[in-house]
Design a protein around this ligand. Structure first.
Ligand code: MN
Length: 245
């Protein structure tokens, strides 16, 4: 039997080998395996919001939050459970595992599984305006990957503003451990085996019009800029720590 240490070495080498041939997906399932549960494993049902609908005012308004959580996100969760029943998915297993094999399932599963996961992540990394940025290990990693915090913000904002139509902007940890920015269409996300850039998302921004239209109308850039005022960087740092384990 291999020792834990050998297993780690093996996984590290596997990740390096995957990088060499451009296949970044192999490490993702390990992150969510039974041996190393991610602290933020998302269930197949909506979790309660940790703050009130008005807590993000004036940057994200209460009416948008209420409709977004109780209508849009609720329907992704309901439709996901339907799809899981129809396609025989074991919903006691982490949602992340199914998403990492999403190419084997229907479009309904892809849209609603992604939709549910993405919103659960989104609610978790938002919070009342706190006026602080990333600190410590996460800030160091952002600086190592992007050069500076400002350079990261600029890259992320560009990803969010230029995503055509509906989708998401992401900060994610690749299998190599590097932080990168990406964007995905519709309700896709970096966990999915069909994603162009794969890894563990630790920060996401919903740029569907339903996320901002009541307050910002067509001014998506203003919504993207306001987003930074309501990021819960402690939650992002916790996700980062969990993703690195
Ligand atoms: Mn949304």
């Amino acid at each position: 039997m291999k020792t834990n240490s050998n297993r780690r070495t093996f996984l590290t080498n596997s990740a390096k080998a995957s990088l060499t041939v451009g296949l970044l997906g192999t490490g993702i399932t390990d992150l969510f395996g039974k041996e190393s549960p991610l602290a933020f494993s998302t269930k197949y049902t909506q979790q309660p919001l940790a703050y009130g609908y008005g807590a993000l005012e004036p940057h994200i308004d209460a009416q948008t939050m209420e409709i977004h959580y109780t209508k849009h996100a609720a329907s992704y969760a309901n439709n996901l459970r339907d799809a899981a029943k129809e396609e025989g998915v074991d919903t006691t297993q982490p949602l992340e595992q199914m998403l990492s094999n999403i190419s084997k399932y229907s479009t309904k599963m892809r849209n609603n599984g992604g939709g549910h996961y993405n919103h659960e992540l989104f609610w978790s990394i938002l919070g009342p305006p706190a006026g602080s940025g990333p600190e410590g290990t996460l800030l160091n990693a952002i600086e190592a990957s992007f050069g500076s915090y400002e350079a990261f913000v600029s890259q992320f904002e560009t990803a969010a503003k230029t995503r055509f139509g509906s989708g998401w902007a992401w900060l994610l940890v690749e299998a190599s451990g590097k932080l990168v920015v990406s964007s995905t269409p519709n309700q896709d996300n970096p966990l999915m085996d069909i994603a162009e850039v794969k890894g563990t998302p630790i920060l996401g921004l919903d740029v569907w019009e339903h996320a901002y239209y009541l307050r910002y109308q067509n001014r998506r850039p203003d919504y993207v800029t306001a987003f930074w005022k309501v990021v819960n960087w402690k939650a992002v740092a916790d996700r980062f720590a969990a993703a690195k384990k």
